[in-house]
Write a protein that binds this ligand. Structure first.
Ligand SMILES: Cc1ncc(COP(=O)(O)O)c(C=O)c1O
Length: 403
């Protein structure tokens, strides 16, 4: 299930894909809201193509179709930030913006930050920044490093909703540390945007409302925070953004290379983003509730089977580590044969005790697909050694003993 060629997708019935002769239920998609298969969004595209052609080939500094202005205005309102800046991908943003923010100061990098944040930090290092890594979610360790560091500026960089564990950091505590040490918090919430949002009495579930991302979800403001996220997951469109002060936006327009040197997003993506923002306001909370309900079914099943997952948030990313990393091939084959498509996490992409697979639940996955996934998880707990409660405890003890 790595580097597979998808021969066909069936968008009429849930989330199904064909690889060769095998039809599978797709639990590897990050299209959390199911906007990739939403008829209203698909049907919005041709009109934009007719008006704008397929692709604006100016870089953004040379000229942006007014669609960018419209998206930035709607997005800024949704996020409740001072301003926002659109660029093609999050990878572009990390590579170009982290070095600008860090200068010759220090980046405090979460030990489990996404590879693209890490790479952005390494580019910054090449430009003279110092990079210090703190243990994942260990704020005491972060504080120790902040106290000992004398170079400025200071940037604390990490994931929002973590792409593997599905859990979110404590933004309030991070803001406190950032303010105390005059640091900037840089959060990549690729997996939270569209999924979680502001809380309210009338929310349908604890994911909150409007999908306006982690900062709003945890009731924080954007003081001292640069939020980065993209439309390529929940909104199924090739486009990404920073939520930032206008003053910084104006600087980045000349200082961040992609605004001048990279091509723009295709018109179809600008169209699906605009249509997606509309659908999000109309039906997004219902889709988020569907995601929550289906995720809960899978987490309840794992709990019943006493299968360990690091997911404590209830958000729709569920990592399932194996007890024996050597089992990864037969496990992958078994899932494939049973018609379940997931993201495999193999060594050395992850440490040996985290080798396993990740399941993502989207609003578009049908209940019949969740039924099969739950049944297959039961079969797997009999055939393979997964990490059960007792096994996990022993492993953590052994790791602590090793220091
Ligand atoms: C946390 C995180 N950041 C960044 C990316 C990369 O995003 P993009 O494709 O917009 O560069 C991903 C994609 O998987 C991700 O999970």
């Amino acid at each position: 299930m790595l580097d597979a060629v998808i021969d066909e997708v069936d968008i009429e019935h849930g989330r199904r894909i064909r690889v060769g002769d095998q039809w599978l239920f797709d639990f590897a998609s990050c299209n959390y809201l199911g906007f990739d298969v939403d008829r209203e969004i698909i049907e919005a595209v041709p009109e934009y193509l007719a008006r704008w052609g397929t692709h604006p080939s100016w870089s953004r500094l040379l000229g942006s179709p007014v669609l960018y202005e419209q998206i930035e205005a709607r997005l800024t309102e949704l996020l409740g930030s001072e301003d926002s800046l659109l660029l093609p991908t999050i990878t572009h943003i990390h590579m170009s913006v982290i070095p600008v923010l860090a200068g010759s100061g220090t980046i405090f990098l979460d030990g489990r930050a996404h590879k693209t944040i890490y790479d952005g930090a390494m580019v910054a290092k090449g430009h003279g920044a110092t990079v210090l890594r703190f243990r994942h979610n260990d704020y005491d360790h972060l504080e120790e490093l902040l106290k000992t560091s004398t170079t400025t500026p200071k940037v604390i960089a990490m994931d929002g909703v973590n792409s593997m564990t599905g859990n979110a950091p404590d933004v309030r505590e991070l803001v406190r540390l950032a303010q105390e040490h005059d640091a900037l918090l840089y959060i990549d919430d690729a997996h939270g945007f569209g999924v979680i949002g502001e809380r309210g009495r009338d929310e349908l579930c604890h994911y909150g409302k409007r999908g306006n991302s982690l900062v709003r979800h945890q009731g924080q403001t954007y003081d001292n925070i640069i939020l980065v996220a993209g439309f390529s997951k929940s909104y199924s469109s090739l486009l990404s953004f920073l939520a930032l002060p206008t003053r910084l936006k104006d600087v980045l327009k000349v200082a961040a290379p992609p605004y001048l040197f990279s091509g723009p997003s295709p018109v179809a993506s600008l169209a699906t983003t605009l249509a997606g923002l509309e659908v999000n306001e109309k039906r997004g909370d219902l889709y988020r509730f569907e995601m929550y309900r289906k995720t809960k079914r899978v987490l309840d099943r794992l709990n019943k089977l006493d299968i360990y997952t690091p997911n404590r948030s209830g958000y729709p990313l569920i990592e399932i580590p194996l007890a024996r990393h050597e089992d990864i091939d037969p496990v992958g084959r078994y899932l494939f044969e049973r018609g379940i498509y997931v993201t495999m996490a193999a060594y050395p992409l992850v440490p040996k005790d985290e080798v396993g697979f990740r399941v993502q639940i989207t609003a578009a996955n049908g209940d019949d697909e969740i039924d099969l996934l739950c049944a297959v998880l039961g079969e797997m707990s009999e055939r393979f050694e997964l990490q059960h409660g007792r096994h996990r405890e022993l492993m953590l003890q052994a790791r602590a003993a090793r220091g």
